[in-house]
Design a binder for this molecule. Structure first.
Ligand SMILES: [Zn+2]
Length: 61
């Protein structure tokens, strides 16, 4: 688990698999089955640190 409590509203953060659409240069790339924390109250998302490293690699490809 990345975080257990939402930094914004204090709600419970649950781990879920989500799909995230990310802009890479002029294209949108959908990354599926990303494990992220999602706040049950406000929907804020918390991503694992490694995710954005992968995205940076995509941008440079
Ligand atoms: Zn929240």
């Amino acid at each position: 688990m990345i975080v257990s409590k939402c930094a914004i509203c204090g709600g419970k953060v649950e781990e879920r698999k989500i799909s995230e659409e990310v802009k890479v240069r002029n294209d949108f790339v959908v990354i599926e089955n990303v494990r992220a924390g999602v706040c049950a109250e406000c929907g804020e998302r918390y991503y694992p640190p490694g995710l954005w490293i992968d995205l940076e690699a995509l941008r440079e490809a």
